[in-house]
Design a protein around this ligand. Sequence first.
Ligand SMILES: Nc1ncnc2c1ncn2[C@@H]1O[C@H](COP(=O)(O)OP(=O)(O)OP(=O)(O)O)[C@@H](O)[C@H]1O
Length: 599
Amino acid sequence: MADEAPIKDARRRSIAPLARLFPYLRRYRALVAGALVSLVLAAATTLTLPVAVRRMIDHGFNEAQAGVIHSYFAMLVVIAAVLAAASALRYYFVITIGERVVADLRRDVFAHVTTLSPAFFDTARSGEIVSRLTADAAQIKSVVGATASQALRNAIMAIGGAAMMVVTSPRLSLMVLGAIPVIVLVLVGFGRSVRARSRHAQDMLAEAGAFAGEQIVAVRTLQAFTNEKLVVGKFAAAVDRAFLAARSSIKARAVLTFFAIFFIFSSVVAVLWFGSRDVLSGAMTAGTLSQFLLYAVLAAGALGSLSEVWGEISQAAGAAERMSDILEEKPGIAAPAVPHPLPAKALGAVEFREVSFAYPTRSDRPTLKNLSFTVRPGETVAIVGPSGAGKSTVFSLLMRFYDPEHGAVFIDGVDLRDADPLEVRSRMAVVPQDVAIFADTAAANIAYGNPVASREAIEAAARDALADTFLRGLQNGYDTQVGERGITLSGGQRQRIGIARAILRDAPILLLDEATSALDAESETLVQSALEHLMKGRTTLVIAHRLATVLKADRILVLDDGEIVEEGTHRSLVQKNGLYARLARMQFERGADAFEAAE
Ligand SMILES: Nc1ncnc2c1ncn2[C@@H]1O[C@H](COP(=O)(O)OP(=O)(O)OP(=O)(O)O)[C@@H](O)[C@H]1O
């Protein structure tokens, strides 16, 4: 690990990551060709101007050749028209390419992020990933869309200008040539420091963005704990750090610009000084000196802007690298080359065989220890245990969000590691404790369980989940916007949406994580009835927090510290008077009467 950092640093300094964009550019060959043609045309037209100027100075300004000067001006107008058209086309092609490429890149990065396993998200901050999709992508867009073409135009102008300088006066050109190594050295030296600083600035900005994102998502908690001042202070400090980092990068760039322009123009002045002596001695015409000077100014200006543009290009290289880092992130969980198909007719049998597991972020502490149990098709098994016992982890392994370290998990006799995770998950429907509601219509939220479901199917699922009545009561019924920027649903309503989603998914295995938050009696009855409907004919694993649920379960597994410590029915476990009996007395207080009755 230790020697990896310098390699990465060396790689970071280069603009090589931009090469990752070539496959995207290749898709739009016609646009790229159009951009290149108009670019070269614009540069070539500009390069003809000094010749026209020399001719006007040497031949134009005397009475005898008044006709010639008219035709020269007419030609200049034509050149201006070509230059204008070529520049406009270049703008169109180049900006379109930039937008197109970045749209593709954004889509690919987002698509890739959705394939990454939860282990990646355990350590990555979602705000940072969003910043890759927005800030970094915007930076790449400006480079692909404008800076790259500016760089190319300046390169053409610099090379073309230099070539024309040699053509115009080889002697003066030689002098300029002497100055170039000095200039290049300065540019390269400062360029490095500018890039390092701007990368740092970008990192700082991403950090501030991630912090703000986190707080905004949790704004209710933030306000409830009246931590506005604290949080604003922290954000202000983060923004200030980003500003200071940006200022240091700007300073370095300003210094770079000073040296670039000073060196380049002072060498032009020196050349002019020598050239003027040649004109005085008659070795050169005034027009030729003007032509040489104009080429020198064009070439020098182009070099100067190249140095500026270079900073932006390397910034974008940093952005491209961060985006490709995400693209290169291999999903920890992937289908094998030849996935073992699950039986065509799903049974819904589940088995954990000697499963041991530790989260990658806490590899020293096993969360599940040698866990073995089976669930027969159609059976309802409740998992009960103290907080942190590993109940949710069992679900995560079953959905193959993580792989066990030892042992294996089977569905219908197939080891999950041999199957395609998409197929495995498509056999399951999950109702989590906290149902995620997306900013969309109520109908679309239910259809998340099966995006191709018909409107009738959605409404039928809502009826079965006992959500139909309250949905119809909303302002626009099923088409009411819910979630962010829409109406907020109550806990019980969210759960029933979650249940409707699971009904629509119609999967043979059902994973229920009962909400711990207390619903009022009426909501609870509704949710319970909806669940009963959902569980019919399916294998159900339920993390149980309610007496009604454990009473109905065929079997109860009692989990403690990653191990099954007891197993049986409510009655047998209460009689055993072990951990379950203790938990039941504490957890099921609300249903105390029923509890007594069941005993
Ligand atoms: N993504 C994660 N990374 C690291 N550790 C985790 C992760 N998720 C859970 N844990 C840890 O694993 C242990 C088991 O967690 P799990 O969520 O499975 O417990 P649980 O029985 O479902 O608890 P609760 O009833 O409180 O939800 C806990 O100690 C928890 O801190």
